[in-house]
Design a protein around this ligand. Structure first.
Ligand SMILES: C[S@@+](CC[C@H](N)C(=O)[O-])C[C@H]1O[C@@H](n2cnc3c(N)ncnc32)[C@H](O)[C@@H]1O
Length: 173
């Protein structure tokens, strides 16, 4: 198991039993599940290639960027990327990624995204989540005129490639 995967499984275990995390999520209006979907470079690179025509040379904000791997991949194409993440539980894995790979055109902002509205203006907001999709899209709209629900459009582009029931439930979780 890689260092990052090991760290993440420890984080998941801690969060499951942590009342402190539930209280934190409530206070910071985090409605999505604390589950990462982008935890390796291959996945991040595939998504960045998919987004490239719309983010190349532009300013991008990622809402709920997890441990930042997708933002890192987008920063190789975009002019600049702001990765906003509210959950401090990702910090260990996040720091490991930063130390190894952070680029200068990529900024990580720790806090609930609504705290940064008005300070950052982007061309495109991206969200990568299967839960609280609508809530995170609404936040994205406050940063950029174009909001990309990455999994939403991947599913629309290839409905047969994804579990039908899980895809339908995205709108409600
Ligand atoms: C389902 S996870 C996905 C994380 C990452 N995009 C990935 O795919 O690996 C959603 C993330 O969004 C974060 N999040 C949810 N609401 C947020 C908000 N209002 N501001 C900042 N981060 C938020 C959560 O803490 C969580 O890490």
């Amino acid at each position: 198991m890689s260092d990052i995967r090991r760290m993440l499984s420890e984080v998941y275990e801690t969060m499951e039993i942590s009342k402190a995390y539930s209280t934190f999520a409530e206070q910071h209006n985090i409605r999505s599940a604390p589950i990462l979907t982008v935890i390796d470079d291959e996945m991040a690179d595939l998504i960045a290639v998919h987004l490239a025509p719309r983010i190349a040379g532009r300013t991008v904000v990622e809402i709920g960027g997890g441990i930042g791997i997708l933002s890192l991949a987008m920063a190789s194409v975009a002019k600049s990327v702001f990765c906003i993440e509210a959950n401090p539980m990702w910090a260990a894995a996040f720091t490991q990624v930063l130390l190894e790979k952070k680029r200068r055109n990529l900024s990580y902002l720790f806090g609930a995204a609504d705290e940064f509205v008005g300070y950052i203006r982007a061309d495109v907001a991206a969200i990568c989540t299967h839960s609280d999709v609508e809530g995170m899209k609404l936040i994205g709209k406050q940063f950029a005129p174009e909001v990309i629900d990455v999994y939403g459009e991947l599913i629309d582009g290839n409905p047969g490639g994804f579990d039908r029931e899980a895809s339908r439930l995205r709108a409600f979780t």
